[in-house]
Structures are given as structure tokens and as C-alpha cells.
Design a protein around this ligand. Structure first.
Ligand SMILES: NC(=O)c1ccc[n+]([C@@H]2O[C@H](COP(=O)([O-])OP(=O)(O)OC[C@H]3O[C@@H](n4cnc5c(N)ncnc54)[C@H](O)[C@@H]3O)[C@@H](O)[C@H]2O)c1
Length: 281
């Protein structure tokens, strides 16, 4: 039964739930877009940030609530699943949170960018309604890189808390950088979605990854300062600009919608043509 409307609020208990993981630049744009037609649960490690985003969406007439969760901790993810269950299940999971190559060490980036999304996808799968969609934000980096076979084999258990350490051990010490963790973790997200599509499909639900190219975000701007390769990529992007957060929200909205109802277990590049240019066909 649908909960009662609350007078004087923009609460919409009749709407289905979108869970947005990450209340940073891109996460906020995605939450705002999904909030047009869903109740939104805004999830972040930084509870104040999640609260601020949920408050802003409510002030605009949306129905949003914050939830604090460290996606790298199974107990915290289990609490998130309990919260989603109390709210009647999930129609859209948009997993946006991730650390840039310079935002942590090898272990932290592997855990936030790969272990976390894998734990969240597993925990919310039993709560996915028929027609639900999970969209996992990966990166162009996953298309420009392929790990060695031994590392690739380890990525088949992304939700295992020991995977980050096992991958580190399989690499040479000088390879254990933030940049390498970023590439490996984002590569792992693509194979995660391909693999998990079977289980999501059994519930009549879908899971896809979305790989942004260069996107104008506060995090992206910092990376421009730190990473010369980003300038080269910028110069080689066929559309000759960065994408905007709104363009990523457009793609998430499409993938979440019934217009994408036969799209699962695959990746959508939203990169202005950069990956194709880098292949040099
Ligand atoms: N900007 C770009 O050019 C670009 C390109 C490709 C991919 N991406 C991807 O976009 C995504 C997000 O970008 P953004 O600009 O919103 O980043 P951001 O840094 O603004 O936000 C990331 C959010 O994740 C949260 N977070 C970090 N660790 C967490 C944890 N353990 N549990 C829960 N939340 C946690 C942070 O608190 C933060 O709010 C990332 O996955 C990034 O890899 C960005």
C-alpha cells in the first residue's frame, strides 16, 4: 500500500525509489535528474554532503532523503539495503561515487571504485523491482587499458574484500599507483556489469555501466592540473570540448528508462568520440 501524502511537503510516496550513490558533482546532477520522476535516496560517505543535496532537491519540489554510507564496508552496505527495503525496494540504482586517480592510494581507490559498487549491486539486487535498472559510472579509462590475465582473473570476485590486496600483490611494486588502481577498478566495473546482467535479468531488471570521457566537474578540473595526459585527451576529443554533467545525467536518465528496456550487461561510452579516436582505426 502506498504511504499517505504529507500535507505541505513535496513527498511523493507514490513514486518509485532511485538510489544515487555519491553526492559529488556528477552525483548531484544525476540525483536532480532522477528526482524529476522518482523519490531519491542520496547516499554518500560524507553525510553532510548527502544532506545538503537532499535538502536542495526538496527545496526545488523533489522528494529526496540523505543516507550516510561507506560503500567499502559490508555492514554499512547491509544497513543501506535495510533502508531501501523499508522504502519498498529500488527502481533505479545510479552508482556514481568514485575516486579519481589522484584522490587516494592504490588500495583506497580499488576499494571505493570497485569493491564498493560490487557490494552495493549485490546488496540491492534482491530489492530491485521488475523493470529496475542499475547504472554504474565507470570511465573512458576502462576502454584504453587491459590488465594482465592474472589480474583480470582476480577481478571476477570484485565484492571480495581481499581482491584489492590480491591485485596489488599480482603487480610489481612500482605499478601500485593511484592511476593503475583507477584503470583496473574501472575495467573491473565493465566486467562486473557484463557478469551480473544474468542475475539482474532473472528479476526482470538490468545492469549497465556508463563510461564518461572528459567531463567538466570540480573533480575533473583538479585532474587537469595534475595530469598532462588529460590535456592530450582533450586535444584529441572529436567534439573538441569536455562533456557536461547534464549530458551524463541525460545518458543515465535514458539508461534508467523503459526506452533502454533491452539494454543490459554492456557499457555506454559518453566521451565525445574520444575512445574511438584513441584506437586510431
Ligand atoms: N569528471 C570526469 O571527467 C570523470 C570522467 C570519468 C569518470 N568519472 C567518474 O565520475 C564519478 C564521480 O565524479 P564526481 O565528479 O561526482 O566526483 P566527486 O569527487 O565530486 O564525488 C565523489 C563522491 O563520492 C563520495 N565517496 C567517496 N568515497 C566514498 C565511500 N567510501 N562511500 C560512499 N561515498 C564515497 C565522496 O564523498 C564524494 O561525494 C567517479 O566515479 C569518477 O570516476 C568522472
Amino acid at each position: 500500500m502506498v504511504a499517505a501524502h504529507e500535507l505541505g511537503t513535496s513527498r511523493r510516496p507514490d513514486r518509485q525509489l532511485a538510489v544515487v550513490i555519491g553526492a559529488g558533482g556528477l552525483g548531484t546532477a544525476v540525483a536532480r535528474r532522477l528526482g524529476q520522476h522518482h523519490r531519491v535516496l542520496v547516499v554518500d560517505l560524507d553525510g553532510e554532503r548527502a544532506k545538503a543535496v537532499a535538502r536542495a532537491l526538496c527545496e526545488e519540489g523533489g522528494d529526496a532523503e540523505p543516507f550516510t554510507c561507506d560503500i567499502t564496508r559490508p555492514e554499512a552496505v547491509a544497513e543501506l539495503a535495510d533502508e531501501v527495503r523499508r522504502r519498498g525496494g529500488v527502481r533505479v540504482l545510479a552508482h556514481v561515487a568514485g575516486l579519481s586517480p589522484a584522490a587516494g592510494d592504490f588500495d583506497r581507490i580499488m576499494r571505493v571504485n570497485l569493491t564498493g559498487p560490487a557490494l552495493v549491486a549485490r546488496a540491492l539486487l534482491p530489492l530491485a523491482s521488475t523493470g529496475a535498472a542499475a547504472i554504474v559510472i565507470a570511465s573512458l579509462a576502462s576502454h584504453t587499458f587491459r590488465p594482465d590475465a592474472d589480474v583480470e582473473a582476480l577481478l571476477k570476485e570484485p565484492q571480495d574484500l581481499r581482491t584489492a590486496e590480491r591485485v596489488a600483490v599480482a603487480l610489481e611494486p612500482e605499478q601500485r599507483t593511484g592511476a593503475m588502481a583507477y584503470q583496473i577498478s574501472k575495467y573491473g566495473l565493465l566486467s562486473l556489469c557484463r557478469r551480473e546482467a544474468q542475475a539482474w535479468g532473472e528479476r526482470g531488471a538490468r545492469i549497465v555501466s556508463l563510461s564518461p570521457g572528459l567531463i567538466a566537474t570540480p573533480m575533473g578540473a583538479i585532474e587537469f592540473e595534475r595530469s598532462p595526459i588529460k590535456r592530450e585527451f582533450y586535444a584529441r576529443t572529436p567534439l573538441a570540448r569536455e562533456g557536461t554533467m547534464l549530458e551524463i545525467a541525460d545518458a543515465v536518465e535514458f539508461l534508467a528508462s523503459d526506452a533502454a528496456s533491452f539494454i543490459s550487461g554492456t557499457d555506454l561510452l559518453v566521451d565525445g568520440g574520444l575512445a574511438g579516436a584513441l584506437r586510431g582505426d
